[in-house]
Design a protein. Sequence first.
Length: 197
Amino acid sequence: MPTLNAPIRTLSLVLASSLAAMPSLASDNPSAHQHGHADLQIAVDNERIDLLLLSPAYNLIGFEHKPRTDEQRQRVQAVESWSAETALINTPAGACTINSTALNASWGDSNDHKPHHDHKHAHDHEHGEDHASNSPHTDVEITQSLSCPGLSANTQLETTLMTQFPEMEYLNVQWVGPQGQGAVRLTPAQARFQLNR
């Protein structure tokens, strides 16, 4: 699994500090590990968009431990390849191109993890052995820098994240840019938004 390089780490810090003051869309702790939910933070500068996706690993790869089998390693590789080739958000015309991307997962050590169940799940489902009560909670972070020619405050943006990853039921989107800031909660049925909301 690649680690974040210095420019991407800087991007993550800038996005986090820019969006930290925004009100949360969720009534509970927005940083809580919650299956079915993910957060997408967006910084807009003219035609450039910097993105930070934070999601429980379960939403993207179906498990939350370090890959143990060839099939699990292939799942991680498939998500990494998809995120290197697919803009996390785009215009309906597909005008955005990826300038840079990185994926990072901090795999927990289940030997050091104490069992607990204070996290919330978006829905009831069986996790099987991949999510036993003593397994770690791993989050995946994907960063991208996009070039989106013709981007304006009235540009409609969309995401295919919930189509690509059906375990993702909600995507909380927060953005900041020259026109101000905003937030929206996307679902599979409503995966579009405008920056001027």
